[in-house]
Design a protein around this ligand. Structure first.
Ligand SMILES: *Cc1c(COP(=O)(O)O)cnc(C)c1O
Length: 455
């Protein structure tokens, strides 16, 4: 029998590669092809710089729960009210998940069943809106999310959607403009929270606006929920009626979460019944929107919520912001235009179209990737060229998790700059890059990453 201590000792002495091979162990025997793919993905991640703002890296304990026997359990419904037999263990799992989620977010209600962040939003929309009801949300091309009523999402088929926009000059949220628009449009739901916004979001102001027009407020904090947990960004919990998040962006397993603060017990009329908001959210989750919960996933969320209560997790969230600020200021010193003049969170949005004639977001993303630096292209607010995205989004959660700090941020901004200065754009998505520069950058990236093995 392996003792806990012995397991810890063994794990601590494994190299990053051995650690991941241990995880893949059982698979190697039965499916060599998938094993090789996982190995390739491990190597890709280990040998390149993950500057993805929408990604993170969960712990081995989270991976273990994801790969556990709980994956086999079918049980529709909620704790104590399942439609299937054999639920004593999963009831306990979900109860612990809910209580830890409430503790970590300081919430009164938590629903750990949503399969994704988008689905968490769908549940809230389904719960409080009838078809034809109005949503006011941040425009997709300015950092909003598909699930907030975008034309290309199903949400726009059933609801009437209007967007608010950031200020043309500062590229910051313009609360007066949001208020004006809310008064005119009279939405039933206002959504705040973004996929590409690097500054602090004032949830109190959004609530004030929602109150003034009698709308519900949904805060989708997918990108910043780790920071919110740690207090590195103000919390939405008691300002929004509903807060949703993906659980992978803050560093847990894939999946979604709905939490509620002081409004959890507000009454809502559903048909002829008068019930509390949280009860209604439960009912809409199942059977309204979803079927069976993923219990392996819920167990993994439970493990993750415990991690978020640790000092290590909480102090790391502040380091993530510090690293992002360092990257932003380095890039501005190098002459880059950073959207909204900097960052308060984990992401930096860079206007590459403004840096050099002919350079686009797609070109920047591709040529950086060729050199081992992984970023996202992104549309920028009020873009000049409509033909191609003009920006890139970089994020610091993963490099920070792997232990990188100020010195490494300086290396990263220098490496990025060397590539973006020298690449020769040919079209919106084609370019030429000097082979020697590419190889030199790849080698430097690999060296840097090898000193910070991913776990
Ligand atoms: C990532 C993201 C989501 C979607 O989460 P999924 O789990 O990928 O569906 C929702 N809202 C915002 C603002 C996001 O950034």
């Amino acid at each position: 029998m392996l003792t806990e201590e012995r397991i810890r000792e063994l794990l601590e002495n494994l190299s990053s590669q051995q650690y991941h091979e241990a995880i893949f162990g059982a698979l190697k025997e039965s499916d060599g092809q998938v094993y090789q793919l996982l190995k390739r993905e491990y190597e890709r991640r280990q040998n390149t710089l993950q500057l993805m703002a929408a990604e993170n890296q969960c712990s081995m304990a989270v991976l273990a729960a994801l790969g556990s026997v709980l994956q086999n359990k079918t049980a529709e419904g909620f704790v104590g009210a399942r439609m299937h037999g054999g639920c004593e263990v999963v009831d306990d799992v979900e109860s612990v998940a809910v209580s830890r989620a409430k503790e970590t977010f300081g919430a009164q209600y938590a629903n750990v069943q949503p399969h994704s962040g988008s689905q968490a939003n769908q549940i809230v929309l389904t719960a409080i809106l009838e078809s034809g009801d109005r949503i006011l949300s941040l425009a997709l091309e300015q950092g909003g999310h598909y699930s907030h009523g975008s034309r290309i999402s199903f949400t726009s088929k059933f609801f009437e959607v209007d967007n608010y926009y950031v200020d043309k000059e500062s590229l910051l949220l313009d609360y007066d403009a949001v208020r004006e628009q809310a008064v005119k449009f009279k939405p039933k739901l206002i959504i705040c929270g973004a996929s590409a916004y690097s500054r602090t979001i004032d949830f109190a102001k959004f609530r004030e606006i929602a109150e003034s027009v009698g709308a519900y407020l949904l805060a989708d904090i997918s990108h910043i929920s780790g920071l919110v947990i740690a207090g590195a960004h103000p919390s939405s919990i008691d300002y929004a009626h509903f807060t949703t998040t993906s659980t992978y962006k803050p560093g847990g397993p894939r999946g979604g979460l709905i939490v509620m603060g002081k409004d959890y017990d507000q009454r809502i009329k559903v048909g002829t019944k008068d019930i509390s908001l949280w009860e209604h959210i439960d009912k809409v989750t199942f059977p309204g929107v979803q079927g069976t919960p993923y219990f392996n996933n819920i167990a993994a969320k439970t493990v993750f919520f415990k991690e978020t209560l640790s000092d290590e997790y909480r102090s790391r969230q502040f380091k993530i912001v510090k690293n992002a600020k360092r990257l932003a200021s380095n890039l501005m010193d190098l002459g880059y235009e950073v959207v909204a003049g900097g960052t308060d969170n984990h992401m930096v949005l860079i206007d590459v179209a403004n840096l050099r004639q002919g350079l686009t977001g797609p070109t920047a993303q591709k040529c950086l990737e060729e050199c081992g630096i992984i970023v996202d292209m992104i549309h920028l607010p009020y873009e000049k060229s409509p033909s191609a995205a003009g920006g890139i989004r970089i994020g610091t959660p993963i490099v920070t998790k792997n232990g990188m700090g100020a010195k490494e941020m300086d290396s990263i901004s220098a490496l990025m700059d060397a590539v973006l200065r020298k690449v020769e754009p040919i079209s919106d998505s084609e370019y030429r890059i000097d082979g020697a520069l590419r190889e030199k950058t790849q080698t430097k990236v690999k060296d840097l990453c090898s000193r910070f093995g991913m776990r």
